[in-house]
Design a protein around this ligand. Structure first.
Ligand code: HEM
Length: 603
């Protein structure tokens, strides 16, 4: 058995080695200068904070000088009340658990503008919701902004060298397979029939049948759980050619019901996978929030290890099978290596990937990354779609009218139907505007370039200076809600903004709407996602004519705190508790009831 070194250990070791420099220096000096032992110890103890303070001061003045050389200024800094902004660290940890997305940042943006520096325990991050800066990071100045080694370190135990964790476009040598994967997915996704087949022709009504059964029993349904299984089944079918059939296991009952207690004991394997998969994402997101402190909490153990065992027990047998199939084909002379550019008729995505590499670890990482990329994002977006349909019955009625006019009450939609459904597309865009699947994201300035600048939002201001290695954290969620970009009604849910004159705001600056990112690393599954989500919503609204939130079925600890209703904007309007790890989700699920459609009921 291979013993894995806990992920924190090497980082902590490097950190301690760096701190030991002054201690060792003074020790060596003591050979040449006679110092009493007590003074030697005292000097060594004092030397560590003095060394750190000297380095930080030097860093600050180096940055000020470098900024001046660039004709730039440092972004405004947000300062807390305690030493090294310790209070800000505590505040953000608390907000992550109990706050609304963007709490803490929204107030600072209101005070300092769209871009500011935040140094927690001297670890500086640039935080932005400014469209021009995000455009520079993702597109116009793309080659200066990478995921980088710090990001890769805290993601590694889950994402490995997969596409989400690799700087593949510009550093193709670091992860040849990830580049191959991008090519493979582009080939597959650009094949319209493939997208249509994978997302539509499978027996996808299982989710709806299950929901109907549970609703007929008189219970509410956790739509988030249901859709997570639906998207897991479609993603595994898309990737492996076989669904893991997570929809076959029973839906959860409301947490406090008697049926729920019995069900807990019988949690099916797919359920365990779904939970473990969500927990590992929580763990790596928590590492990201802690910055350079996280390795200290994982010196002796890897917090993702147990959950990754569950995840791997599902993935590994599927990979073994695909590799065996590839070996058999090769020995029968049916396959050549490196056929990545070819798309074979009946290939699954995994078959296609196995043509590029037979390294099991690489395949494992790429497939796992794609499960997160393709599944959690669509599941989250559909969950928030149902939330908005419950909140706004008029919008539901209009969407349903469009669906019934285009497809009727029974027929399965095809690609052409979906293409022409303008209100459906506007509805999905509006859901992703207010709740983008990846609400917060980060890129690091490349160490190999010295430093860089990003545009100052003030057209008369000097550009902002950003030193090499600095993380730039950007929030698409906060950008999508800026009233200066979207108008005074930016917090109102209104799909018509993508259809009426307000679309001019977006046409004037397309970078204010980035649910799929932008630039060379734009989402490769965008078209697939629109198709899959449209297909599901059409089938759902053919079957149900109205929906309601059922907060009384949910664990009360996961409901939004009552005092939120006093806040302005979405925080005051929302009736669920949005959260995010790598992707956005609803805390405690999305418990709903729905009314089955009558054949004569045309909305
Ligand atoms: C509502 C649905 C979706 C949304 C909102 C979404 C959003 C995103 C975003 C924001 C990124 C950039 C992440 C980053 O590197 O920082 C991304 C990347 C990616 N997405 Fe999606 N995604 C969705 C669905 C899908 C689906 C269904 C697939 C696959 C079938 C997919 C495949 C990918 C891949 C492979 C990447 C990495 C691209 C690269 O780094 O070169 N996504 N997506």
């Amino acid at each position: 058995m291979i013993m894995r070194v806990p992920p924190g250990a090497p980082h902590v070791l490097r950190f301690l080695l760096a701190l030991s420099v002054p201690v060792v220096f003074i020790y060596i000096c003591s050979y040449f200068v006679n110092i009493p032992t007590w003074a030697l110890i005292l000097l060594q103890v004092v030397s560590v904070p003095a060394y750190v303070a000297a380095r930080l001061t030097n860093r600050h003045y180096r940055q000020v000088r470098a900024a001046a050389r660039y004709g730039a200024v440092l972004p405004p800094a947000h300062n807390g009340k305690q030493f090294a902004n310790f209070d800000v660290l505590v505040k953000f940890q608390n907000i992550y658990k109990n706050g609304y997305p963007g709490d803490g940042l929204t107030e600072v943006h209101a005070e300092l503008g769209g871009t500011f520096n935040l140094a927690i325990l001297w670890d500086t991050t640039v935080i932005t919701n400014d469209a021009n800066i995000i455009k520079a990071v993702l597109a116009t100045d793309f080659s200066n902004f990478i995921k980088g080694k710090h990001f890769q370190a805290f993601m590694y135990s889950v994402l490995g060298t997969g596409v989400f964790n690799a700087d593949v476009v510009i550093e193709s040598v670091t992860s040849i397979s990830s580049k191959d994967m991008q090519v493979s997915l582009r080939n597959h996704s650009s094949s319209q029939s493939f997208v249509t087949d994978a997302s539509m022709n499978h027996d996808k009504d299982e989710a709806i049948i299950k929901m109907k059964q549970r609703l007929q029993e008189g219970h509410a349904v956790d739509f988030q759980d249901l859709i997570s299984r639906f998207t897991l089944d479609s993603a595994t079918e898309f990737l492996f050619g076989v669904s893991v059939n997570s929809q076959k296991s029973p839906l959860p009952y409301p947490p406090r019901s008697a049926a729920a207690a019995h069900q807990q004991e019988n949690a099916a394997f797919a359920d365990q996978f779904v939970r473990a998969f969500s927990r590992v994402q929580d763990t790596i997101a928590a590492r990201g929030r802690l910055g350079y402190i996280w390795p200290f909490l994982e010196i002796f153990s890897d917090k993702t290890a147990d959950d990754m065992k569950v995840v791997d027990s599902l993935l590994n047998p599927i990979l073994e099978k695909a590799l065996e199939h590839a070996r058999n084909e090769k020995s029968a002379g049916l396959r050549k290596d490196n056929e990545v550019e070819d798309v074979h008729e009946d290939d699954t995505f995994l078959d296609h990937l196995v043509r590029c590499t037979t390294d099991k670890q690489v395949l494992h990482d790429e497939i796992l990354n794609l499960l997160i990329a393709g599944r959690d994002t669509t599941a989250g977006t559909l969950t928030f779609s149902i939330y908005f349909l419950c909140m706004y019955p008029d919008i539901l009625a209009r969407l349903r009218r469009e669906i019934l006019e285009a497809v009727g009450p029974y027929r399965r939609p095809d690609y052409d139907d979906i293409k022409d459904m303008k209100y459906l597309r506007a509805f999905l865009n509006e859901v992703m505007r207010l709740y983008p699947a990846v609400p917060f994201n980060v890129r690091y300035i490349r160490y190999s370039i010295d430093d860089t600048t990003v545009p100052n939002p003030d057209p008369n201001g000097k550009p902002f200076f950003v030193p090499a290695g600095t993380p730039v954290t950007y929030s698409v969620l906060l950008m999508h809600r800026r009233t200066d970009y979207w108008g005074e009604d930016a917090h109102v849910f209104d799909p018509d903004r993508f259809l009426d004159d307000r679309i001019q705001l977006l046409l004037a600056n397309p970078f204010i709407f980035l649910p799929f990112n932008a630039g060379p690393r734009i989402c490769l599954g965008q078209q697939f996602a629109y198709n899959e989500m449209s297909f599901f919503l059409i089938r759902l609204l053919q079957n149900f004519s109205s929906m309601d939130l059922r907060p009384e079925s949910q664990d009360p600890a996961t409901l939004p705190p009552k005092e939120w209703s006093k806040f302005p904007g979405r925080k005051g309007i929302d009736k669920m508790f949005p959260k995010s790890h790598l992707t956005a989700y609803a805390n405690g699920g999305m418990w709903v009831s729905m009314k089955e459609a009558d054949v004569t009921d045309t909305a």
